[in-house]
Design a protein around this ligand. Structure first.
Ligand code: HEC
Ligand code: HEC
Length: 621
């Protein structure tokens, strides 16, 4: 097991460094990292790789060390999750076009492209029906015959669906931001909802990036845990982001390199436990994270394991596990991809060690260098080789199961897609956190944070077209993007000062983030009735929620305290809970008096049916 010395960026002391690395702009803005784009084929020795950045699917023969097929799609197709059916056909989701593509990986040709839904995210093959099941972000589960033909069934479940898998014979669909599991019955109805459990350390499960079925009939979920307590942000005056005490510095400086021995091991883990376990995760006391305290950031990366009987085991917090976007598991090993970790993005652990100690503990990063920009992992079924996909440069590594390197990567070709804005957005700022930790895939984390200065604040979405909408934040206290960089990236996230060219690259990247689709068709009759109500003088909704983004861009006083920035309503149905303090769990709850009621647009004359129409309209935006 390689335990390489980490190359940590310098401690996140604001003002300590300036990053003026020249800006590189990709020919086409690369899509946000989503992970989980690698499939080891059953036959052995071959893998299919979705290259979301280069709009292609590559078939690799890793026994022969070569690319055997390069199946290209038009720009913006964004191939995603892949699955193999009973007949050996490979099917992949095209996130950009909403299609399912079926491929003959022997003849290297596309058999069919079929529309599944607007935003397909998860994919599984069901042998008993010979169907492919597609989980869609908009909320539906779409079934298509594996052999070809039209959509066989659509079931509406809930918004924000992510992966779909079988745990034993149970069909389980995960939800992305809430890290919730939906257990479906034989009629595809939701029989039970289970939230991935917390670790009992003040961190709540959030953002379930990737869930896979393991060979031994379990469900492994790579997800984040986010701090639910009060986040001290008093450092926004420009002092150190890492408000660590000298003791922390001592402990921390040795911990990441040595696997958390000297001074950091609480001994809680007990005999026989990997010495990589350090102290329980402690969020940094000033800002969003720390460059030196292990697991000192407000967002942790981890893994939970669901058994066929429904029991769930929570894994430890993984130090510097920024963006845990993929996971693979054998009976012996666990591999997790950290797409945001700079100095190596794949952690390989023994399964025994991983689940041996309390979930509250911090497991030092075991990284397999140099896989920064890794986005996917898989164990190859025949002899357990570990495959690692890197997005930039496009490469596939074939390693021994324990993560030891075994030779050179297979170059997938296709040129560089490096983009400075994309890079800053997804990289560990220095304090164990990235913009994408709270804004996964350029959106929001579904969370309500508690800040020491302004109180309760729902994370705002970035995929609503933010160009020209400054000032930023609910209070509008950040006049422009460069203030956001100073007060968030430098002060709270311990990042370096970025040169103005680099800052601008990030700003442009954020403004170009792709929008989520609406949940409901705009031509839907209820939505049309709701539109009239929304635009009526009686409700007055469109006086504040106006223009193409449904925001005047100004402040609005809705009788709930000081005036706040009017939020955009683009794809609003995808991002419960609502309002700056998350007081509305559903769109209908927004009309509750406790959450604004008729001081927020006048809904006093509306019937229950009218309100339902208004909600239908909001769902169509
Ligand atoms: C710890 C989680 C977290 C991290 C990390 C984070 N954000 Fe945010 N972001 C939030 C929250 C919460 C808000 C709302 C804050 C408020 O109103 O006080 C927000 C608001 C924003 C807004 C304002 C949107 C609007 O409509 O006004 C932008 C822009 C933004 N974030 C971009 C970024 C960028 C760029 C980064 C990385 C440099 C980043 N965020 C890192 C949680 C986070
Ligand atoms: C006076 C300006 C104003 C009017 C009129 C108004 N809104 Fe709002 N709206 C706001 C502001 C400001 C917020 C954010 C308030 C908060 O978070 O506390 C908001 C928030 C929302 C949200 C939650 C968005 C999110 O991202 O969480 C929805 C949904 C919404 N409004 C719908 C409506 C509807 C429907 C109407 C008409 C019945 C309406 N609004 C009328 C200003 C207005």
């Amino acid at each position: 097991m390689p335990d390489l010395p980490p190359e940590l960026p310098p401690a996140g002391i604001a003002g300590a460094s300036i990053d003026d690395t020249p800006v590189v702009t990709a020919a086409r803005t690369p899509p946000p990292v989503s992970g989980g784009t690698l499939l080891a084929l059953r036959e052995g020795g071959r893998a299919a790789v979705s290259d979301s950045d280069r709009d292609r699917i590559v078939v690799v023969d890793f026994d022969a060390n070569s690319v055997v097929a390069n199946i290209a799609f038009e720009a913006g197709t964004e191939p995603g999750r892949l699955v193999e059916d009973g007949a050996g056909r490979v099917h992949a989701l095209l996130r950009g076009t909403g299609e399912l593509v079926s491929i003959d990986v022997t003849a290297h040709r596309v058999l069919a492209r079929r529309k599944a839904c607007d935003a397909p995210r998860g994919l599984v093959y069901e042998p008993s029906s010979d169907r492919l099941l597609v989980a869609c972000l908009e909320g539906s589960l779409v079934e298509l015959p594996a052999a070809g033909g039209p959509v066989a069934r659509v079931t509406e479940l809930d918004s924000d669906l992510r992966d779909v898998t079988f745990v034993g014979d149970q069909l389980v669909v995960t939800r992305f931001r809430s890290a919730e599991l939906l257990y479906l019955d034989e009629n595809r109805q939701i029989a039970r909802r289970v939230k991935v459990p917390g670790a009992g350390d003040g961190f709540d499960p959030s953002v379930a990036w990737r869930s896979i079925a393991t060979a031994d009939g379990m469900l492994a979920i790579a997800h984040q845990r986010s701090f639910s307590g009060r986040v001290e942000v008093s450092g926004s005056g420009g002092t150190s982001s890492a408000g660590v005490t000298p003791t922390d510095v001592d402990a921390g400086s040795s911990a990441p390199a040595s696997g958390g021995t000297a001074g950091t091991n609480t001994g809680e883990a007990g005999a026989g436990v990997d010495p990589g376990f350090a102290q329980p995760a402690v969020p940094d006391q000033n800002g969003y994270g720390s460059a030196i305290t292990p697991c000192g950031s407000v967002v942790q990366g981890t893994l939970s394991l669901v058994a066929a009987d429904g029991s769930i085991q929570a894994g430890p917090n993984l130090d510097r596990a920024v963006l845990p976007v993929d996971v693979a598991m054998t009976s012996t090993y666990v591999a997790v991809v950290f797409a945001g970790s700079h100095a190596g993005g794949v952690g390989v652990y023994t399964r025994g060690d991983f689940f041996a100690a309390p979930a509250t503990n911090c497991l030092a990063l075991r990284r397999v260098s140099p896989f920064d920009e890794a986005v996917a992992v898989a164990f190859e079924p025949e002899n357990g080789k570990l495959l690692v996909q890197r997005r930039e440069p496009a490469e596939l590594y074939v390693l021994d199961a324990d993560g030891y390197d075994s030779g050179h990567p297979i170059e997938l070709g296709g040129g560089s897609v490096f983009d400075t804005g994309h890079d800053i957005f997804h990289s560990d700022s220095g304090a164990g956190i990235a913009c994408a930790s709270c804004h996964p895939e350029g959106t929001e984390d579904g969370r309500v944070w508690h800040f020491s200065d302004v109180g309760t604040r729902r994370t705002q979405p970035l995929d609503v077209g933010l160009a020209g909408t400054a000032p930023f934040h609910w209070d509008g206290e950040l006049a422009d993007f460069s203030e956001l960089m100073e007060h968030i990236f430098v002060d709270r996230m311990g990042g370096p000062f970025e040169s103005s060219a680099r800052e601008q690259a990030l700003e442009e990247y954020v403004y170009a983030l792709p929008r989520r689709p609406a949940r409901r068709d705009a031509n839907d009759a209820a939505a049309q009735r709701g539109k009239l109500l929304f635009e009526s003088a009686a409700t007055g909704c469109s006086t504040c929620h106006s223009g193409p983004n449904f925001s005047s861009g100004g402040f609005g006083d809705i009788g709930k305290g000081p005036a706040l920035q009017v939020p955009s309503l683009i794809a609003v149905s995808a991002r419960a809970p609502y309002m700056h303090d998350g007081c509305a769990a559903t769109l209908l709850d927004r009309f509750d008096p406790a959450c604004g009621g008729s001081t927020h647009g006048d809904v006093s004359t509306l019937s229950a049916d009218d309100l339902a129409d208004l909600v239908a309209y909001l769902e169509s935006l």
